[in-house]
Design a protein around this ligand. Sequence first.
Ligand code: GDP
Length: 448
Amino acid sequence: MSDTIAAIATAPMKSAIGIIRISGQDALAISNKVFLGNHGENPRNMVTGKFLSKNGDICDFGMGVYFKAPASFTGEDCVEFYTHGSLAVLRTILISLYHAGARPANPGEFTHRAFLNGKMDLTQAEAIIDLIDSETELSARNAAEQMNGSLGREISSISQKLTEIASEFYAYIDYPDDEIPQTERDDIAEKLYALSSQTEALGGTFEKGRFFRDGVKVALIGRPNVGKSSLLNALLGCERSIVTDLEGTTRDTIEENLSINSLALRLIDTAGLRDAETIPEQMGIERSRRAAEDADLVIAVFDGAEEINDYDKEVIEIAKKQRSICVINKTDLGCVLDKEAFSNLPTIEISAKEKTGTDRLLDMICDIFEIADIPCDGKTVTNPRHASTLMRATDSIKSSADAFRGGIYPDLAVSDIENAINILGEITGLHAQDAIISDIFSRFCVGK
Ligand code: GDP
């Protein structure tokens, strides 16, 4: 890849400063045609200068810096421009760069080049997306640690131990008549079981680690008029959802994000469950049921000032099927509802209108997910690809351990170890297929 790419690296909106990135073997020559500032004379030195449009007119004054290969993000010659953050200015400079010989960068192409040039492994590249997408301090910290290579190093160290074990047994494969003593087989099986526990535990961190990346999906369900929208608004501290006395107002799901104690909540207000009167309402109710099924937590809302009816009973049945909290709302009007109906489900009384009990509800949610206890050392797996690959590697390591212990021919046991090493290599990128790699980088934004 020697062609030179250019892209705007900052968000496509008006801002104080805009950044343009250029990478490739002609980065300096091309940028010299657009930026008059001698930034190439001293690499890694920021210099001021003028930016020219493709017609040679001055379109901005700003700064440029040259990173000489291989000491750059991509490992190639790179230039970065810092301009005023007008989209018109940024586009004019970008077009000028295209005119001078650069081509538009594809999504993630800068990072893809960095990966191909050995600047980072795949876990570090993927951590960049997680860092950009992170919504809480904890998820940013974990992503930053992964970007720093902690997950990649952990996986490489397991691979290294597997390689050492496999190489001990190549001799027996070459001389199949030599018997491996059973004590040696048992020893090796123990080591392999220990490594499989390590990959299994690492993969298991995804159970909570996924909340770092995707947030916790919380669906508010209940029959119409129990106060779901009022509760969403109370939690958000703003009027996001329409609140009326009319039933069937919320026909589609409404999703809002709320970060609380490092937990990113994705709150989903749903259409009230009842016998729909119209097709759009029926569709909305179907979505409510699906949202409840997909949610990590169901908040089942009830009107405390009314007796439980058949629709409430249906809501209780949904709540029983998964992790849920029953919220008895409208307690400012008094409580006539029979709490026995909730049997053992966690229950809380609130008033969305008066905003009482809502803080306690948030505490209950945080206690359920205990995100503050998750280590942010980068060894918490947040990526579903990493989690499923670690589980495949675990199976392969376990099967090699079983084979060693069971006295099976060493070549079968060793081939399972080699398989596990290859699987782990899919995570770091050492053995990942091109299609997987392209797919990963296509999810980046242009300019990254
Ligand atoms: P939804 O259909 O379940 O989303 O219910 P809404 O949030 O739209 O509320 C229906 C009606 O109940 C509205 O008139 C709200 O003002 C009222 N309401 C909601 N929560 C409370 C509450 O805590 N106390 C009282 N008194 N009224 C409430």
